[in-house]
Each structure stands twice: as structure tokens, then as C-alpha cells.
Design a protein around this ligand. Structure first.
Ligand code: HEC
Length: 159
């Protein structure tokens, strides 16, 4: 991207913040509890939803890089808050972190569980209609979601 295009992009991202902010607050309450969560909600859902975070599985160094990049974009967290955010993200969205299947957004279903868009949408529709999944067998009832895909990822799911 050229500098101008990046500026235009960031400007439109900032404009989008206004309407995303309310939705982000709603989603953010589904983030796992733990030290650093408040800072993540305060600083990391200002411009985009928490799904940007939930769709990733990064180690501590990679989260530190991402947070530094977001500070460059304009996230206002101070050093101490940044450290708390990195620790929280590495703990809850680290390389081996599980997927909270009852609140997982579309992007997380796609990127972490490798469901395609149709399958991921089917999971959300089923969850909306039937409520929480109780264990991984419940996912076998989702129309159009192949059993093999569910079984392959069952150890990554948490309820
Ligand atoms: C000032 C606005 C702003 C704030 C605040 C902000 N971000 Fe972002 N974020 C962006 C923009 C713009 C993008 C898309 C461009 C990019 O990927 O750099 C983005 C993208 C992302 C992505 C996806 C990057 C990728 O590689 O796909 C992640 C993860 C992310 N942000 C995490 C965070 C975290 C964690 C925080 C809190 C420390 C945060 N963001 C705060 C503006 C912001």
C-alpha cells in the first residue's frame, strides 16, 4: 500500500469505529475472564470487534508485535497496560488455546477450526436456534457440517 492509501484506509477504519463500538462492547463480554481482560476491552475494541483477537492464535512475542502495531495505529494503552494485554492474549489466544464454541465469532470458527464460510454460518445459525452446545457430539447435529471436521477439531473445543 502507498502512504496515501494507508491513510485513507486508517481514516475509514476510524470512521467505522463509531458504529462498531456498541457491537464491540457486546462481544467483549464474551472474552474469557482473567487479568488484562479489562485493558483488552478498553483498548482493543475501540476500532474493531474482539473477533480480530479471537480469530488469532499467537505466541507471546507475536502478540507483543501485534499490540505494538496497534499502538502505532493509535491504541492508547501505556507500557504497563500493554504488558497486561500481551499476557492476557498469550494466555487466552495462544498457540494451543481452545475455542469457546458457544460464543466463538464466525472468523474464529473459520480460522481456528478450519470450517468454511458455509459451515461456520451453519454453526452460528444452529447455536442461535438451539442454544449452547453441551459437548462436541452436539456439533454433529449441525446441518452441513461434516462429522470428520468436527472430530478432527473436537479437542480444541471448550464449552
Ligand atoms: C486506533 C484503532 C485501533 C485500535 C485501538 C486497535 N486496533 Fe487492531 N487494528 C486496527 C486496524 C486499522 C487494523 C487493520 C490493519 C492491520 O492489520 O494492521 C487492525 C487489525 C488488528 C488485528 C488483525 C491483524 C491481522 O494481522 O490480521 C489484530 C489481531 C488486532 N488489530 C488486535 C488489536 C489489539 C490486541 C488491540 C489492543 C491493544 C487493537 N487491535 C487495538 C486498528 C486498531
Amino acid at each position: 500500500m502507498t502512504k496515501t492509501r494507508i491513510r485513507i484506509f486508517l481514516f475509514s477504519a476510524a470512521a467505522a469505529c463509531v458504529c462498531l463500538a456498541v457491537a464491540a462492547d457486546e462481544e467483549a463480554k464474551f472474552l474469557p475472564a482473567g487479568p488484562g481482560k479489562d485493558a483488552v476491552i478498553k483498548y482493543c475494541t475501540e476500532c474493531h470487534g474482539s473477533d480480530n483477537v479471537r480469530m488469532k492464535r499467537l505466541d507471546s512475542d507475536e502478540w507483543a508485535d501485534t499490540v505494538a502495531q496497534m499502538v502505532d495505529h493509535g491504541a492508547k494503552a501505556n507500557q504497563q497496560e500493554q504488558a497486561a494485554i500481551v499476557a492476557y492474549l498469550a494466555q487466552n489466544f495462544g498457540k494451543n488455546s481452545k475455542v469457546l464454541i458457544n460464543t466463538a465469532p464466525l472468523t474464529e470458527l473459520k480460522s481456528v477450526l478450519d470450517f468454511n464460510i458455509t459451515e461456520a454460518k451453519a454453526v452460528l445459525a444452529y447455536r442461535n436456534e438451539h442454544g449452547d452446545f453441551k459437548d462436541w457430539h452436539d456439533l454433529l447435529k449441525v446441518p452441513g457440517l461434516p462429522a470428520a471436521k468436527v472430530e478432527a477439531k473436537k479437542d480444541l473445543l471448550t464449552f
